[in-house]
Ligand binder design. Structure first.
Ligand SMILES: [Zn+2]
Length: 459
């Protein structure tokens, strides 16, 4: 009963909620450009006073970069930490926008309404879905069902330099039973998702050296070993004919999907032909005994990202180069250990080098995958609550890229994070004409009300 009242309040209040979002969108809080430093402060101030207007104790907290906004409100249920970011991407090229990116408006696109403007989807519109749900709840009941900490960042689009130090310094204040991150999207148009696995990343950048100078192939070709020949053989043998990575121990720590998650993924009916067709491809190139969706979300990968050596200019030079180089990266899953894989990779490469060759590495730090423990009952409560709001049941999904914040919550605060968002693939985030579906926004607000209700319930 009480949830229904909140949901109808959300419906009635939608026009006012849109006006508030438009106000926030008018502040050009581009975090990467120093010219907008004051605007980032203004956006943080706006959020502080908006939270205060709901009765949430909140303040702007300065950092060496742009400020954080932190708010607290007490409630009977579990302690929830909500994260979003108020900074936005730059807007150039400006001439590709159909309107001023910071003069946002409701537009009609093919019969449905969208909110157009920089930050409408990433992430101001998403952030406000949660704030609006809290506002409606508070105005109906006078209080909130859970204890909530609001945590808004202003540097997400510029590498989050202050985030880790701030979280470490304020870990006690930010610790919670579960964290909610709203910066992701739906699957397709209307399947809500909870991202529970994020792949890690490991890169190796290296150069092998054979002869101590570039040689002429007329004189040395045939007798001298060419480093490019050695390198390409090494790289080619990183995968076998079935798409598996051949490094010894590479699959150590890679886990099979739980059966219910596997069933959810099958139910998504991922159209790999359409997905690949959009970029001019046809056949999935990963492990051939896996579903294409697993290749993106839950299986580890190895990719050669760059390869160079010898003469690459116009015309021809019959050089036999002294050196050859490559950049290789790995997306990691489950409990794969970046250090162990780096060692295995190096052992493999070095075992294939002729004895007189040498190798030099330019190394970057690797990061392991993040995997949330979905046996925390909050996950299933949230999944069911989302399923009640949308036409399709919600799914636990993976994310091929990395969203570092989820890992930080786990490592620094010891808190599992649920990544739940209502963006769509065609929102054009980071691009001209960014937009947010009005119905995504509306159902997003309603979803959070349902999730708060579900999380507050015992058992
Ligand atoms: Zn974002």
């Amino acid at each position: 009963m009480s949830l229904e009242t909140v949901l109808s309040r959300i419906d009635q209040d939608l026009p006012a909620a849109i006006e508030r979002l438009l106000e926030l969108l008018r502040i050009p809080s581009i975090s990467t450009d120093p010219a907008y430093r004051n605007d980032c402060q203004t956006a943080a101030d706006w959020l502080v006073s908006d939270l205060q207007s709901i009765g949430i104790e909140s303040e702007k907290r300065q950092t060496p970069g742009h400020p954080m906004v932190v708010g607290h409100i007490d409630g009977p249920g579990p302690h929830i930490l909500f994260y979003g970011h108020y900074d936005v991407q730059p807007v150039d090229p400006l001439d590709l926008w159909d309107r001023d990116p910071f003069d946002p408006a409701l537009e009609d696109v093919d019969g449905h309404k969208v909110i157009r403007g920089r930050g409408s989807s990433d992430d101001k519109g998403q952030l406000m879905t949660f704030v609006e749900a809290c506002r409606a709840w508070k105005s109906v009941h006078g209080s909130l069902p859970c204890k909530i900490t609001f945590f808004f960042e202003g540097e997400e689009e510029s590498g989050s330099p202050s985030l880790i130090p701030f979280m470490k310094e304020n870990a006690e204040e930010l610790k919670s039973d579960v964290a909610l991150i709203c910066d992701t999207g739906l699957f397709g148009d209307s399947t809500p998702t909870i991202v529970t696995m994020l792949r890690g990343l490991l890169g190796e950048d290296f150069t092998i050296t054979g002869p101590d100078r570039d040689l002429h192939s007329g004189m040395y070709g045939g007798i001298a070993m060419n480093p490019i020949r050695v390198l390409t053989r090494i790289l080619a043998d990183l995968h076998d004919d079935t798409g598996r990575v051949t490094l010894p121990g590479f699959y150590d720590g890679v886990e099979e999907l739980p059966e219910d998650v596997l069933a959810q993924w099958q139910g998504l009916n991922f159209d790999h032909a359409a997905f690949l067709g959009e970029v001019g491809l046809k056949e999935p190139a990963g492990e051939q005994d896996r579903m294409p969706i697993e290749m993106i979300w839950s299986r580890p990968t190895c990719d050669v990202n760059g390869i160079w050596g010898g003469y690459t200019g116009a015309g021809f030079k019959t050089v036999l180069p002294s050196q050859a180089s490559a950049k290789v990266s790995f997306r990691l899953v489950g409990k794969q250990d970046p250090d162990a894989i780096r060692k295995s990779f190096r052992d493999y490469v070095e075992s294939r080098l002729p004895e007189e060759f040498s190798i030099e590495y330019r190394t970057e730090k690797g990061s392991p995958a993040s995997q949330m423990s979905i046996d925390n009952p909050a996950f299933e409560k949230a999944r069911r609550a989302l399923s009640d709001e949308w036409p399709h049941p919600a799914a636990y999904v993976g994310c091929g890229g990395s969203i570092p914040i989820a890992g930080y919550f786990k490592d620094i605060l010891g808190t599992d994070a649920m990544l739940i968002g209502f963006g769509k693939d065609d929102d054009q985030i980071h691009s001209p004409n960014e937009k947010y579906d009005l119905s995504s926004f509306h159902h997003g607000v309603r979803s959070w009300a349902r999730i708060l209700d579900a999380l507050a319930k015992q058992g």
